[in-house]
Write a protein that binds this ligand. Structure first.
Ligand code: ZN
Length: 158
């Protein structure tokens, strides 16, 4: 069987300039509906990684705030390396719109109270004790401070 090339593993992780949003690919259903997968990179690969509790709370908050801004939002799931997220959306690729939505979402994180974090009860989450809103806010502030680029290799800030 021919081995499928996974685009994300062909990316030179030493060349990217985080924080950024990058289009991984747009796929089309058999009916022609486009679905775009983005690389949402919050911190520089192999330089920094977000601790699990902060990453986990960011995951819950991005699910809430990206949905408010992005038409066709499907899902935003953390990378195992804890440097970013996959973002899946219906529609053609629009990295400017996705990066702008990420900026909005992180700005909202800074204003969020513990009571406003969705899905953090035992019944709602797979590891409900592993959350840090303080950490999520500190990382959101640092990422916003650096600025979010709509390009992975050039700093084009939104
Ligand atoms: Zn959870």
């Amino acid at each position: 069987m021919e081995e499928k090339i996974i685009e994300s593993f062909t990316l030179d992780h030493d060349k990217v300039l985080a924080p950024y949003v990058r289009v991984i690919e747009t796929q089309y259903s058999k009916h022609g509906d486009p679905l775009t997968n983005y690389d949402v990179r919050l911190v520089a690969p192999n330089v920094q990684e977000i601790p699990t509790a902060a990453m986990h709370t960011l995951e819950h908050l991005l699910a809430k705030y990206l949905r408010e801004k992005l038409d066709g939002y499907i899902d935003c799931s953390p990378y195992g390396c804890r440097t970013g997220f996959h973002l899946l959306c219906w529609g053609e690729a629009d990295p400017h719109q996705a990066a702008s939505a990420l900026k909005y979402a992180l700005q909202q994180v800074l204003k969020t109270t513990w009571e406003e974090v969705p899905g953090i009860k035992r019944q709602e989450c797979g590891n409900y004790k592993d959350h840090s809103l303080t950490g999520a806010k500190a990382w959101a502030a640092e990422i916003l401070d650096k600025g979010i680029s709509e390009d992975a290799f050039e700093r084009i800030l939104v």
